[in-house]
Design a protein around this ligand. Structure first.
Ligand SMILES: Cc1cn([C@H]2C[C@H](O)[C@@H](COP(=O)(O)OP(=O)(O)OP(=O)(O)O)O2)c(=O)[nH]c1=O
Length: 197
């Protein structure tokens, strides 16, 4: 059994694609990080924190807990989810016409023994140039509200993205090829459907 430690509907949909049974336990882990961490360290530590936050609810059963965190990085600026519409405007102004990196960290904790594996992936995303009016119109759709970097590549935001390099699913919040590899290290085979959990 897999336990997805996430409140994100996107992650739920992505995990469904693997065709494995799973349960969702929403984690309300603190998402603040100390200053000075690299983007990789940020997403790895938050993914692990989210997975660890559901440990008390997971009980004694054999299961793999999966936690994940996604951020958008442009140069030395780290963009998480926007605080409000102005924040979204600032983020999209920064991202339009440029290439940024999307980092997603994934943490797996195997129960009951507690084996822990943490990995991350990076995808480069090039966004087309946008006018202020286009940015305002996109924000008015409501789509940017709960997304890192204020866009959703899987939604209307697809029309803003010119090119990506790397895993598409990493941008949406759960890199499925990485997760498949990690799960096989816990005896869960996505393709062969052999499960020891
Ligand atoms: C860049 C990008 C991000 N996102 C989303 C994925 C994540 O849900 C969100 C980043 O925020 P996260 O803090 O990674 O995740 P979350 O708070 O939504 O969910 P939880 O912590 O409970 O797992 O941004 C998209 O859906 N599409 C995109 O194109």
């Amino acid at each position: 059994m897999i336990i997805l430690a996430s409140g994100s509907p996107r992650r739920r949909e992505l995990l469904t694609l693997l065709g494995l049974p799973f349960e969702v336990i929403s984690s309300d882990a603190d998402e603040s990080t100390p200053p000075g961490l690299t983007p990789a360290e940020i997403v790895r530590s938050l993914a692990l924190r989210k997975a660890e936050a559901v440990l008390p609810s997971a009980g004694e059963r054999a299961a793999v807990i999966v936690g994940s965190d996604t951020i958008v990085v442009l140069g030395n600026q780290v963009l998480g989810k926007p605080a409000d519409k102005q924040d979204s405007r600032d983020m999209l102004q920064l991202l339009q016409g440029r290439t940024h990196q999307v980092y997603t960290g994934v943490a797996c904790i195997g129960l009951p023994e507690g084996k822990t594996v943490v990995e991350h992936r990076v995808t480069s995303v090039t966004m087309r140039a946008m006018s202020m009016d286009e940015i305002s119109a996109y924000i008015a759709t409501g789509e940017p509200a709960d997304k890192a970097g204020s866009y959703a590549i899987q939604g209307l935001g697809a029309t803003l993205v010119e090119r990506i390099e790397g895993c598409y699913f990493n941008v949406v919040g759960l890199p499925l090829s990485l997760l498949g590899e990690m799960l096989s290290g816990f005896g869960i085979s996505v393709l062969g459907r052999q499960r020891s959990y």
